[in-house]
Design a protein around this ligand. Structure first.
Ligand SMILES: Cc1cc2nc3c(=O)[nH]c(=O)nc-3n(C[C@H](O)[C@H](O)[C@H](O)COP(=O)(O)O)c2cc1C
Length: 185
């Protein structure tokens, strides 16, 4: 993830790393969904972002429960305008102990669509993760580091295209919000 964010930052993008393990989110409960401080941080960071990079370990052939729980918290964005992750661009990374990690990537594409985002076609399924990362999580395979940086750059490139399209709902809403502010002033 750090390599991908470095790629994004190299194009001038402002980046923020949200480590789900450190956030320590409570289990999302639709019947008791007042966000905690950590959940609010996640929700508002995602709402503010033009693009995102999601990374999951491959657990039992799919994504981690912790990532799925974090994505469930984004249900809180349902009443925003625009709702959910509308028109946000998302890059996907997985890390598998075995020989392929594409299943976790493919699984992440379902919530990307459900949350109304757009996944870039270029993905990085890291296989044999124990060989690629050292025990502190630092990357030791330069080829994979380059792929991750490229993914970060690609998310910024595509998010820039969305951002420059005035016809999109998000841009129209920004313009309306600016008009409202000007009227109040
Ligand atoms: C609960 C669990 C389930 C796993 N399931 C798979 C799996 O189905 N396929 C696979 O290739 N690796 C599997 N692994 C290995 C992890 O994908 C691999 O160790 C990865 O690097 C874990 O990242 P982490 O250290 O951030 O948890 C599993 C590991 C754990 C702990």
């Amino acid at each position: 993830m750090i390599s991908a964010l470095q790629g994004a930052a190299s194009t001038g993008a402002e980046t923020e790393l949200l480590d789900i393990r450190e956030l320590d989110l409570p289990m999302y409960d639709p019947d008791a969904d007042t966000p905690t401080e950590a959940a609010t941080r996640l929700i508002e960071s995602c709402h503010a972002a033009d693009g995102m990079i999601w990374s999951s370990p491959m657990y039992q052939g799919t994504i981690s429960g912790a990532l799925k729980n974090a994505l469930d918290w984004l249900h809180q964005l349902r009443d925003r305008d625009p709702p959910f992750l509308h028109d946000k661009v998302i890059g996907l990374i997985s890390a598998a102990g075995g020989t392929q990690g594409l299943q976790a990537i493919n699984t992440m594409e379902f919530p990307v669509r459900a949350l109304r985002g757009w996944a870039v076609p270029y993905v990085v399924p890291v296989a044999a993760a124990a060989r690629v990362f050292d025990t502190d999580g630092r990357i030791r395979d330069e080829a994979v580091a380059l792929q991750l940086k490229t993914l970060g750059q690609e998310v910024v490139r595509v998010a820039g295209k969305f951002g420059s399209d005035d016809s999109l709902h998000r841009q129209a809403e920004c313009a309306r919000a600016a008009e409202r502010v000007a009227t109040v002033g």
